[in-house]
Design a protein around this ligand. Structure first.
Ligand code: ADP
Ligand code: MG
Length: 663
């Protein structure tokens, strides 16, 4: 730890260590997560339940008594505005009984009506520092608000925060942002709301600027590397596309032309392809892999699951193998792994498909011209860069079915170019979604029988594999009993993540071949599975799932030429949960859903907690701060481009940002 000569007591050092703060800047930028507004309240203006802040005079002594185990309640009478007599109650501060008649206090609490006040805190009346806008800091066990407040106060008194300014004046001026010192003083001790907003704007800008500087910096160093340009014959590509048997959508064509442009340029492709479930990303990937093949390079496609890898493999066998492309697949269930690995090792392949294990055990990335990942939501900046920095500088395409609007994608995947497929293939029949506020099959038995009577198949999704006290959800065997009792004479199978891949594949294959009417499954069917004859889906305990996840599931039943029927079952009585699930009833647009989901659950959750490798901003809000983001992004480019601005800012910022964002 380095606190630049400031003497700290061992206790304070321990506090900082516990909070993971290592230097002065860390202290200065340990921001409050909220503020309390403590303004003296006129008694007459109070309504029951309002927060109250009073100057008060003790007009009785305090009496204290215990109840339950270790609980105390202390009561005393106070006089407010020399006029109103209130009974004050404070819990679990046994020392409050030492308050005496005539003591003058500031009390902060809640007015309960009828002259009663529940006190949260009280202070000596001279303590002006507790009035105004008071910062509240995030805490850890054993650390109090005052511990942190005092350390920050000490540091602000000993140093000149001006010395910590990193952003060139001209950028601040052009956006009307205040300097670092004022911002830091005001974030900890806001002089008023206006000053607080100015501080927030400035510090958010700095946060985003650091993020984009790090990305731009890394990107810039990549831009200087030149990869071999890829040559391919557009006529051959055209013929290949003609073989699909459908006309590409406008957005598919646009994405393809962006990708082919990247392949043919000396800059490494580093692109995100976003499109809702069923928008036809696979066709785009096939074209990219084919162009890469025509240019004499090998390619790889990485899928998140066995089942999906197999589907991609089968698509390639249909479309690419007849053109002479050598296709290999390597995954957990590959029969003759040794032989496949040997082929891969000597380069006896053109395209390899596999789960992500592919790259840890088997394929050397060095010889690859193009790497595509499908649905690897957990692929953070670090993993992406690991691929990017390997050997021959492969072009990299990341496909995602979590459709995030372009503006947000810029903030989340700031280092990548983005292609978006928004238009759906015209013949998509869509889906009807129903929310049933009962977690039982009874209410929809008739509907489901109608689906089965037409020879269509149904998925039933359970939220839990096993019974558990923690998760109040019907587990897969409870669901199985219920379904079996309701649908007699139908073929029913079970699929879940604890089965071996062989078992899973076998069940999936039989379902695909129409041998089962009903498949009871956990979310293992979430991604990519493509059974055209399955048009019904029921989700038990739908409240246990995220919106994006449910939308993904719903995508499974929109693969054929019949309209899907999607039933959300839940016992929840929680209005906000019902409202959340209702989003799915109202829209089938993945972009709207992922925005709703992001707002409700936060980025980390939707894209896979923590492992997602997403940047997390302390103050910045990627939903609200579009203007600041845009400013920071363009300034980062300018700063990187303009050598004279590359002060110590860059070095420090990049070091920090790499720790913070690129994890
Ligand atoms: P996803 O984007 O979810 O990966 P897929 O690539 O699996 O979607 O495509 C879903 C289905 O739509 C596939 O059966 C595919 O053959 C079909 N498809 C893709 N593009 C088109 C199109 N332009 N017109 C008609 N069908 C298409
Ligand atoms: Mg797909």
């Amino acid at each position: 730890m380095s606190f630049e000569g400031i003497k700290l007591t061992p206790k304070r050092e321990a506090v900082l260590a516990a909070l993971g703060i290592e230097d002065i800047r860390g202290i200065l930028e340990y921001y409050p997560y909220r503020y309390e507004h403590n303004a003296i309240t006129p008694f007459k203006a109070l309504k029951n339940g309002d927060k109250a802040v009073f100057y008060a005079e003790m007009i009785s002594s305090a009496s204290s008594y215990r109840f339950r185990k270790n609980m105390t309640v202390t009561r005393f009478k106070i006089l407010v505005e020399d006029e109103y007599e209130l009974t004050a109650t404070i819990f679990n501060r046994p020392w409050a009984k030492m308050l005496k008649i005539n003591d003058r206090l500031i009390v902060i609490g809640r007015y309960e009506g009828e002259g009663k006040l529940t006190v949260m805190n009280y202070y000596d009346a001279k303590r002006q520092d507790v009035l105004g806008i008071i910062p509240v800091y995030p805490l850890k066990d054993g650390i109090g608000q005052n511990d942190i407040r005092k350390i920050i106060e000490l540091v602000l008194n000993k140093i000149d925060p001006d010395d910590y300014e990193q952003i060139p004046q001209k950028y601040l001026c052009s956006h009307g942002l205040i300097d670092y010192a004022s911002a830091i003083k005001n974030i900890h001790h806001p002089a008023g709301t206006q000053a607080l907003y100015q501080a927030l704007a400035r510090l958010k800008y700095e946060e985003f600027l650091r993020f984009y500087l790090a990305l731009e910096y890394m990107r810039g160093s990549d831009d200087q590397k030149h990869k071999p340009i890829k040559h391919f014959d557009p006529k051959q590509i055209k013929e290949f596309i003609a073989g699909f048997g459908f006309t590409l959508t406008k957005d598919q064509n646009q994405a393809i032309s962006e990708i082919l442009g990247d392949l043919a340029s000396p800059k490494m492709m580093y692109r995100l392809l976003e499109g809702d479930v069923g928008s036809g990303k696979t066709a785009v990937a096939l074209v990219a892999l084919y162009a890469n093949y025509l240019s004499g390079h090998k390619g790889a496609l990485m899928a998140p699951t066995e089942i999906l890898a197999v589907q991609h493999y089968e698509a390639m066998i249909v479309h690419l193998k007849p053109l002479g492309v050598r296709i290999k697949m390597l995954s957990g269930s590959t029969k003759d792994k040794k032989a496949v690995k040997a082929d891969l090792a000597v380069g006896d392949f053109d395209i390899v498909i596999g789960t992500h294990a592919l790259f840890y055990d088997g394929v050397s990335i060095d010889g690859l011209g193009l790497i595509i990942t499908d649905e690897q939501q957990r692929f953070g900046v670090k993993q992406r860069r690991m691929l990017k920095n390997k050997g021959e500088m492969p072009d990299f395409l990341m496909m995602s079915a979590t459709p995030i609007p372009r503006t947000l994608a810029g903030a989340i995947y700031g280092d990548m170019d983005v292609s978006i497929i928004e238009t759906m293939p015209a013949e998509r029949k869509g889906c009807d979604t129903y929310f049933i506020n009962h977690n039982r099959i009874k209410d929809i038995t008739k509907d489901l029988e109608a689906i089965l009577a037409e020879g269509q198949q149904i998925y039933i999704i359970a939220a839990a594999i096993n019974k558990s006290d923690l998760i109040k959800a019907k587990d897969i065997s409870a669901v199985f009993d219920e379904i079996q009792n309701t649908f007699r004479g139908y073929d029913i199978a079970i699929l879940h993540g604890r089965m071996s891949s062989e078992e899973k594949d076998e069940v999936m294959k039989r379902f695909n071949d129409g041998l089962y009417d009903i498949l009871i499954a956990t979310t293992v069917v979430e991604v990519g599975v493509n059974v055209k004859n399955a048009t019904g889906m029921v989700v038990f305990d739908a409240d246990r799932f995220g919106l994006s996840q449910l939308h993904q599931l719903r995508g499974r039943i929109q693969r054929g030429d019949k309209r899907g029927k999607f039933y959300l079952l839940s016992d929840t009585k929680e209005p906000s949960t019902i409202e959340r699930l209702w989003v799915l009833v109202q829209t089938n647009n993945g972009f709207e859903i992922s925005v709703a989901d992001l707002k409700l659950r936060g980025m980390g959750d939707i894209l896979g907690v923590r492992q997602s490798g997403l940047p997390s901003f302390v103050l910045g809000d990627i939903f609200k701060d579009h203007k600041i983001i845009a400013a920071a992004k363009s300034d980062a480019k300018a700063i990187i481009a303009d050598d004279s601005d590359k002060t110590k800012l860059l070095a420090e910022v990049i070091k920090k940002a790499q720790q913070n964002y690129i994890d």
